[in-house]
Design a protein around this ligand. Structure first.
Ligand SMILES: Cc1cc2nc3c(=O)[nH]c(=O)nc-3n(C[C@H](O)[C@H](O)[C@H](O)COP(=O)(O)OP(=O)(O)OC[C@H]3O[C@@H](n4cnc5c(N)ncnc54)[C@H](O)[C@@H]3O)c2cc1C
Length: 485
């Protein structure tokens, strides 16, 4: 009998296996397909590669402004997909984690088919493996939620992009969360006529209100039809050139057609094949595996980590959870999952990212000061012709500490990393304003907005405040008035 079996080799599973083996446990990891899970094979890595192609097309459209003459960019989608496969293989081949897993003596079973519990300590796989362990860690992630309306089999998910042979001339994207927004933005850059449908009142509903408004406006300006509050989907039907979605709102029926309909309406757990009941593992009302702060399930010898638990579904969080689950599985309940303010962002055009509280959430519990610097007032963004966007900082008036940072625009995701560090360090906004960030950079906007916030709070700031003034800093109040116009 092994000490630990990990099911699933995404970021959570790989870290769990590594940690368990590092603590001296005899460990095996079993996965249905390839090592790396969704992150390497079907999520961030391939999607980011498509986003990079979209970025290059946008860059090419800028060439003329800088006196460079080239012909219109045209996309060969099958060559792009070959590049995606190359990147995926390269990332997998260079994964330091794979080397560490092997050197620690973890037995890796790839392409094993679906694993399931034969009894609380025994795992069987479709490929005929059967093994037992004292402790088991479930890290099987999730899959796209499908709609349950007539004709939903005519729709696709983001994963089906890998199977397309060419860019569809038109596309309906259903779901305006982060995945839907990325699909819409990327295929719009590739030349599809995209309509983005959001059931709720605004796309990107978990972002700060100003971010949703700004991204929706930028999407519309770039040609995406954004339909918020569009109603309820009744059905999909086949048309000679693709698919038609029929929906209704307030009793009125409407329809939209395109060559392809991509559904991105959330994520469900990958539990259906695991026979969890056999092992006594309970799920919550959404179907995700229920865990406590130690990532222990309702069966005391079974732990779970990553997307399967329905918590924040991101790679860094999956990695952290895999580490915590394995530590507790091997050493006993010694490590709790810490609550942190993680940076979250998306590689759309424009990019957007957040860390900490939104303005609405912050106002529920704090007396806040909000400062904003627009991208059209910073030197680097003007140099690069990337003047759409803003950086918004939310500060607690009582402590002067930063509660949240929200960025729309070029390199938003990178800018937010710095804010995440400042928040994690418990920095006061005037202290952030004193750090001499490089000029002219995208990240420099954070120093600028911190200086604005400090001035609004009547805190002492020295040189950054002067740079902010020199740098044409727009008044926050003016900007906010404009945003709401
Ligand atoms: C389009 C898209 C873009 C994303 N972009 C980002 C991003 O930019 N940044 C970011 O941080 N996160 C991003 N994510 C989220 C990120 O990919 C996930 O949060 C992360 O992969 C979760 O890791 P995990 O280990 O929990 O699960 P997964 O990576 O899903 O791995 C689960 C593994 O379990 C295996 N498995 C499933 N069922 C079984 C079974 N019964 N038996 C055996 N094996 C099984 C699967 O084959 C897989 O290998 C994105 C996701 C998507 C869909």
């Amino acid at each position: 009998m092994l000490d630990v079996i990990v099911i699933g080799a995404g970021p959570a599973g790989v870290l769990a296996a590594l940690r368990a083996a590092d603590l001296g446990a005899r460990t095996a990891i079993i996965t249905r397909h390839e090592f790396g899970g969704m992150a390497a094979n079907d999520g961030p890595v391939p999607v980011r590669t498509l986003a990079q192609a979209a970025r290059l097309i946008r860059e090419a459209h800028q060439f003329g402004r800088y006196g460079i003459a080239v012909s219109e960019p045209s996309l060969d989608y099958s060559r792009l997909l070959a590049r995606v496969r190359e990147v995926v293989n390269d990332v997998r081949a260079h994964s330091a984690l794979r080397g560490q897993i092997d050197s620690l003596g973890v037995t890796v079973y790839e392409q094993a088919g679906a694993a399931r519990f034969a009894d609380p300590h025994t795992i069987e796989t479709e490929s005929g493996l059967r093994m037992q362990a004292e402790k088991i860690i479930i890290c099987t992630g999730g899959v796209s939620r499908r709609l349950s309306v007539p004709g939903s089999e005519l729709t696709a998910t983001h994963s089906d992009a890998w199977g397309l042979t060419s860019v569809p001339p038109s596309m309906l994207v259903i779901g305006g969360g982060s995945t839907g927004a990325q699909v819409a933005s990327i295929f719009n850059a590739f030349g599809s006529r995209v309509q983005l449908f959001q059931a709720g009142p605004r796309i990107l509903p978990t972002e700060d209100d100003d971010v949703s408004v700004a991204v929706a406006a930028a999407f519309r300006e770039s040609g995406i039809v954004v339909r918020e509050n569009f109603g309820d989907i009744e059905s999909f039907e086949k048309t000679p050139s693709g698919v038609r979605m029929i929906f209704s709102k307030d009793g009125a029926r409407d329809s939209a057609e395109a060559a392809l309909a991509v559904v991105a309406v959330g994520w469900v757990s990958n539990t259906s094949e695991l026979s969890l009941l056999t092992a006594g593992v309970e799920t919550d009302h959404r179907g995700f595996v229920r865990v406590d702060a130690y990532l222990r399930t309702s069966a005391p010898h079974i732990f779970a980590a990553g997307d399967i638990t329905g918590r924040l579904m991101l790679v860094p969080q999956a990695i952290q959870a895999g580490f915590v689950a394995a530590t507790n599985a091997v050493r006993g309940l010694t490590m709790r999952l810490e609550d942190q303010a993680p940076p979250i962002g998306s590689f759309t055009h424009p990019e957007y990212a957040q860390v900490g509280l939104t303005e609405t959430k912050a106002r529920e519990t704090h007396d806040v000061e909000v400062a904003v610097v627009r991208f059209d007032s910073t030197t680097r963004t003007i140099i690069d012709g990337r003047t759409t966007g803003f950086c918004k900082l939310i500060t607690d008036r009582a402590t002067n500490k930063i509660l949240g940072c929200h960025v729309v625009g070029e390199r938003a995701v990178e800018i937010t990393q710095l804010a995440a560090i400042a928040i994690a360090a418990g920095m006061q906004v005037d202290h952030l304003a004193q750090i001499p960030l490089s000029f002219p950079t995208y990240a420099g906007i954070l120093g600028r907005v911190a200086a604005s916030a400090a001035r609004q709070l009547n805190l002492k700031v020295t040189w950054q405040a002067h740079q902010a003034e020199m740098d044409l800093c727009q008044e926050n109040s003016l900007f906010r008035t404009r945003l709401r116009q």
